[in-house]
Ligand binder design. Structure first.
Ligand SMILES: [Zn+2]
Length: 833
C-alpha cells in the first residue's frame, strides 16, 4: 500500500515574483469538524423499504453488472417518483441525442419546486465578493452546500456510473446517521454518466471522437456545455469525477505535481487535507490498496478536476479504479471513495460555505493587488525550474477594432461570461502606461473605445488568469497534456495586460451568444479521409468532422479503398487529418496512390494536417521536406508569421499561434511557405508554454501551399484545429478550403522522395540527460517495451511505442513516466500522448 506522506502547502504565501519556491510545511491542523465524524461512515445500512432498490426496478443489484444508460435513467426516474427527497432532470443532450440525466437528492424543503433554483441563486450571491457581509452570513447559515458526483466521462470507464447510482440510492433510502449527516448540510447532485454515447458504444470518447476530459474550458461538445451550465446554476463546493485506468491500485488525491499556479488555496486545502485523508482512512480500514501523488496532476484546464478547482473554487477530484477488475470490486471501491468524501464534506458543516465565500473574496483581493499566485510543489520533492515571473496583472484587454476577428472575440467573451467572469467594454479610449501585448515587450498604448476590459479584481480572478494568461508557467518539465491554452492566443485575438492602477470608463458587455459561421457560397465538394494511427488519428478526424459541421460545410467520408476505386472524382477538396502516413501509404496500395496523385494533378486540392502532410512527400506532391524534431515541445503555442499575399491569410492578420506538439520540422521554398516561424532575433518570436530547444524552429515552415500539376497541396505541419479550440489557425484551414487559389503558386516537385521513417502517433516521449539514460533504458526494458532512442551529446530521447493508445488507456505508461520523473533535474521533458 502507498504511504501517505502529505507535504502541505498551507495558506499561500501570496509571494509575487517568488523565486523557486518549495513549500513544505507541516500538516495543517485538520479542521475540527472533520476530525471525528460523530457518525461512522460505514455503519451497517438501515434503509426505508419504500425507496425502490435497483433490483426492484431493474432486476439487478448495483455492482452486480454494469447498467446501461437507459437503465441508469430509468432508475433515476424511479427514485424521483418514489421519494420527495429526489428530483431529476436533463442537463444536456449528447451528440447522438441521448439525454444526460441527473438527480439531486436533499431535504424535501431544499429540492421541492423552486427551492433548488433559489439555492443556486443564493450560492451565486455568496460567491460574489461584492455581496454585503451580513447577507453573505445569512446565506452561509441558511443554505446547503452543493456536492457533485459524476462518473463515466470516458465512456468505457463504467463503474463511476453504477457507484453514483448506489450513492444516490443510499442517500435517499438510509435512515441511519450517515445520509442524514451529509444531507443536514448539503444537497448532492448525481450525474451518473457524462458520456452516454460513449457508454453505449463502449468507447472512451463521445460520438464525435472528443476526449471530454480535455474539453472543459473550450466546452466545444454539447455534453460539456450542458454540464457547465448546470454547474453554474448549482455551483459546486465539491466535484468528484470518477474514472477507470490501467494501474492495479486505486487512485484518489492528493494529486501529482504540477498544480496550476493560480488555483485558490482553499479548495486545494480541502482536497489535500480533508478529502484525501478521509479516503485514506476508509481505504486503510478496508485494506484496499491505493496510491496518491502520482500520475494525475492538476495542470491542464480541460479536466474535470482542474476546472471545478479553478473556475468554481470547488474541490475538484479525479478518482481512478483499475478497469480490469471485476464489476463488484470496481463499483465497490468507487462507492467507498465517494461515500467517505461526502461524509467528510458533511462534517464540515457551515465552515464549508464560509471558506468557499472566503476564497472568492481573497481572489478579488489578489486581483486588485495584481498578484499572481506563485508556483508551488504540493507533493513532490524537487525543484521549481520555472517560477511565475515577478509581474503585476490587474487588467486584461481584448481588442475589438479588427472586424475580421469579431467572431473570435465574441466566442472568447462568451466563454468568459459563461464562467461568470465580469467583462466590460471601454466607452472612451484608455491610456495604458504599461500595456503589454501578448508575447511583446511592455509599451505605452491608447486602447480605443470598444476594447473589452476584464479586471482581475473579481471573484473569478483565478479563472481569468487561467483563461487569459500569456503563459501557463509550468513549474517543472513533466507533462501529462499540452502546456498552453490561452484564449486570446488560440483565437488569435490582439490583446494584452496591465499592472497599473487604471480607472477605465466602461459598461458591462451584454451577454454574448455563440458566433454562428457564415455559410460558404459555392462550397467545395469536400471529402475527409480518416487515416489509421490509433487514438491520435481518431481524435484529429473527430475534431475535423465537428468543426466542418460547426462551419456548416458539407462533406463525405472516404476510405483508402474508395480512393483506390476512383471515389475522388466529383470532389474538389480532400482533407486528411492527422494519422500515420506510413499506414496510409500502405492502405492506398499502388492503385490508390496513383488515383490520389492523378486527382491532385488533375485539379484537386489536397489538404493534410500534421503527420498526414508527410504523405504528400511520399507521393511526390510537394517540394517541402521534413525532419524529426530535436526540440522538446509537448504542446505549446508558438507564434508564426503569415504571408499577407497568401489567400490563406484572409482575416487572419500577420501572425497566428500554432499548437506545436513534437511535430516534424518542415522546410519549404520561401514562395511555398505561407506561414513560418520567425527567424532568430525577430520580435515576433514567442512561445507560450514549455519548450526546450525551440530554436530549431527559427525560420522553418509551418504551412505549405503549392501547385501540383493543375491541382494544389496545402500542408499543415501542426493540427490547425487542435481539439477544435484553436480557432485562430482553423481559419487558415477554412481559407484553404474555401478561398481562392494563390496566383502564380510555385509548382511542387514531381519525383517521389526517399522519406524518413514515419512517426507513430501515440508515443510516450522521455527526454533525459545522458547521466540517467541507462537507468531509463533499463526501466523500459523491464516492461518489455520497445523504444526508438535518439542519442545526442546533451540529450537522450526515448520514444516508447504505446501501440496507438493514449496514456490513460495504456496499462503502464503513466507509471513509467512517474518513475522517470523521479530522476529530477536530469529529466528535460516527459510527454504522454
Ligand atoms: Zn478516464
Amino acid at each position: 500500500m502507498a504511504m501517505f506522506t502529505f507535504r502541505g502547502s498551507g495558506r499561500s504565501k501570496w509571494a509575487t515574483g517568488a523565486a523557486a519556491l518549495v513549500v513544505s510545511l507541516p500538516l495543517l491542523a485538520v479542521p475540527q469538524a472533520a476530525a471525528a465524524p460523530s457518525c461512522d461512515p460505514f455503519t451497517p445500512p438501515v434503509v426505508d423499504d419504500s425507496v425502490p432498490t435497483a433490483r426492484e426496478v431493474l432486476g439487478t443489484d448495483l455492482g452486480e453488472r454494469e447498467v446501461t444508460t437507459e437503465e441508469s435513467d430509468t432508475y433515476l426516474r424511479a427514485l424521483a417518483d418514489a421519494s420527495p427527497n429526489v428530483v431529476d432532470g436533463e442537463l444536456a443532450t449528447s451528440v447522438q441525442g441521448r439525454p444526460l440525466r441527473y438527480a439531486v437528492v436533499g431535504q424535501e424543503k431544499w429540492v421541492r419546486p423552486g427551492a433548488l433554483e433559489n439555492i443556486g441563486r443564493q450560492l451565486n450571491r455568496l460567491r460574489d465578493p461584492n455581496t454585503p457581509e451580513p447577507v453573505a452570513q445569512r446565506i452561509i447559515r441558511d443554505t446547503p452546500a452543493v456536492l457533485w458526483v459524476a462518473g463515466n466521462v470516458h465512456g468505457d470507464e463504467e463503474s463511476g456510473t453504477d457507484a453514483a447510482l448506489r450513492v444516490l440510492y443510499e442517500l435517499t433510502a438510509r435512515t441511519d446517521c450517515t445520509a442524514q449527516s451529509i444531507l443536514d448540510n448539503a444537497v448532492v447532485v448525481v450525474l451518473p454518466t457524462q458520456n452516454p454515447d460513449g457508454r453505449e458504444a463502449d468507447t472512451r470518447r463521445n460520438a464525435y471522437g472528443f476526449d471530454m476530459n480535455r474539453d472543459w474550458f473550450a466546452r466545444t461538445q454539447p455534453e460539456t456545455e450542458g454540464k457547465l451550465e448546470k454547474l453554474r446554476e448549482l455551483p459546486p463546493q465539491m466535484f468528484i469525477d470518477a474514472h477507470e485506468m490501467g494501474s492495479p491500485d486505486y487512485f484518489f488525491p492528493p494529486n501529482a505535481d504540477p498544480v496550476y499556479h493560480d488555483i485558490g488555496e482553499t479548495p486545494l486545502n480541502w482536497v489535500y487535507n480533508v478529502y484525501g485523508p478521509a479516503m485514506q482512512q476508509a481505504f486503510g480500514r478496508f485494506g484496499i490498496p491505493y496510491f496518491n501523488g502520482e500520475s494525475y496532476d492538476l495542470m491542464y484546464l480541460g479536466y474535470g478536476d482542474t476546472v471545478p478547482l479553478t473556475g468554481f473554487n470547488a474541490a475538484g477530484m479525479t478518482f481512478e479504479k483499475n478497469s480490469g477488475d471485476p464489476v463488484p470490486e470496481r463499483v465497490g471501491e468507487q462507492y467507498t471513495a465517494i461515500w467517505a468524501t461526502l461524509m467528510a464534506a458533511g462534517a464540515q458543516d457551515r465552515q464549508l460555505l464560509a471558506e468557499w465565500r472566503g476564497e472568492h473574496v481573497e481572489a478579488q483581493r489578489q486581483g486588485a493587488a495584481g498578484e499572481l499566485e506563485p508556483n508551488q510543489l504540493y507533493w513532490n520533492d524537487g525543484e521549481i525550474t520555472n517560477p511565475v515571473p515577478d509581474i503585476a496583472v490587474k487588467h486584461y484587454f481584448l481588442r475589438t477594432d479588427d472586424p475580421a476577428k469579431s467572431a473570435e472575440v465574441q466566442r472568447l467573451a462568451r466563454r468568459l461570461q459563461r464562467m461568470d467572469v465580469d467583462v466590460y467594454r471601454l466607452t472612451t479610449p484608455l491610456e495604458v502606461p504599461d500595456y503589454t501585448e501578448y508575447g511583446r515587450a511592455e509599451q505605452p498604448a491608447t486602447l480605443p473605445a470598444g476594447t473589452l476590459w476584464i479586471p482581475m479584481a473579481q471573484g473569478q480572478k483565478h479563472w481569468v488568469q487561467a483563461m487569459l494568461n500569456e503563459n501557463s508557467y509550468v513549474p517543472f518539465p513533466y507533462f501529462y497534456d499540452v502546456t498552453a491554452w490561452s484564449g486570446p492566443l488560440v483565437e488569435n485575438i490582439s490583446g494584452g495586460r496591465s499592472g497599473a492602477d487604471l480607472r477605465p470608463r466602461a459598461m458591462p458587455l451584454p451577454e454574448q451568444p455563440e458566433p454562428v459561421a457564415r455559410p460558404v457560397v459555392d462550397a467545395p465538394r469536400t471529402a475527409v479521409w480518416q487515416l489509421p494511427g490509433g487514438s491520435a488519428a481518431t481524435e484529429s478526424a473527430g475534431w475535423l468532422r465537428w468543426w466542418l459541421d460547426d462551419q456548416r460545410m458539407d462533406f463525405g467520408d472516404l476510405t483508402a479503398e474508395q480512393i483506390a476505386a476512383g471515389a475522388l472524382a466529383g470532389h474538389d477538396v480532400l482533407v486528411v487529418p492527422n494519422g500515420s502516413d506510413q499506414e496510409a501509404f500502405d492502405a492506398l496500395g499502388e492503385q490508390g496512390r496513383a488515383a490520389l496523385t492523378e486527382w491532385v494533378r488533375g485539379g484537386g486540392t489536397l489538404i493534410a494536417l500534421r503527420d498526414a502532410s508527410r504523405l504528400a512527400v511520399r507521393l511526390g506532391l510537394t517540394s517541402a521536406t521534413y525532419a524529426e524534431p530535436t526540440s522538446d515541445i509537448p504542446g505549446a503555442l508558438i507564434r508564426m508569421q503569415v504571408d499577407q499575399d497568401s489567400p490563406l491569410a484572409e482575416g487572419v492578420g500577420p501572425t497566428a499561434w500554432a499548437m506545436y506538439e513534437y511535430e516534424a520540422v518542415w522546410s519549404a521554398p520561401e514562395e511555398s511557405s505561407v506561414a513560418a516561424f520567425p527567424a532568430e532575433g525577430d520580435p515576433d518570436w514567442y512561445v507560450s508554454g514549455f519548450a526546450e530547444g525551440a530554436e530549431q524552429l527559427h525560420g522553418k515552415t509551418a504551412v505549405v501551399d503549392e501547385a501540383a500539376g493543375s491541382g494544389r497541396v496545402v500542408l499543415f505541419g501542426f493540427d490547425p484545429n487542435y481539439r477544435a479550440f484553436t480557432n485562430g489557425t482553423a481559419k487558415l484551414l477554412r481559407n484553404a478550403m474555401t478561398g481562392p487559389r494563390p496566383a502564380n503558386a510555385p509548382q511542387a516537385a514531381a519525383a517521389v522522395r526517399a522519406v524518413p521513417t514515419a512517426a507513430t502517433p501515440g508515443r510516450l516521449i522521455l527526454s533525459v540527460r545522458p547521466a540517467v539514460a541507462d537507468q531509463v533504458q533499463r526501466l523500459i526494458g523491464e516492461r518489455g517495451a520497445s523504444a526508438e532512442v535518439v542519442r545526442g551529446p546533451e540529450l537522450v530521447r526515448f520514444k516508447v511505442d504505446l501501440g496507438g493508445l493514449s496514456a490513460d488507456e495504456h496499462p503502464w505508461a503513466r507509471r513509467l513516466a512517474d518513475q522517470v520523473a523521479g530522476f529530477g533535474r536530469d529529466v528535460v521533458a516527459i510527454s504522454l500522448p
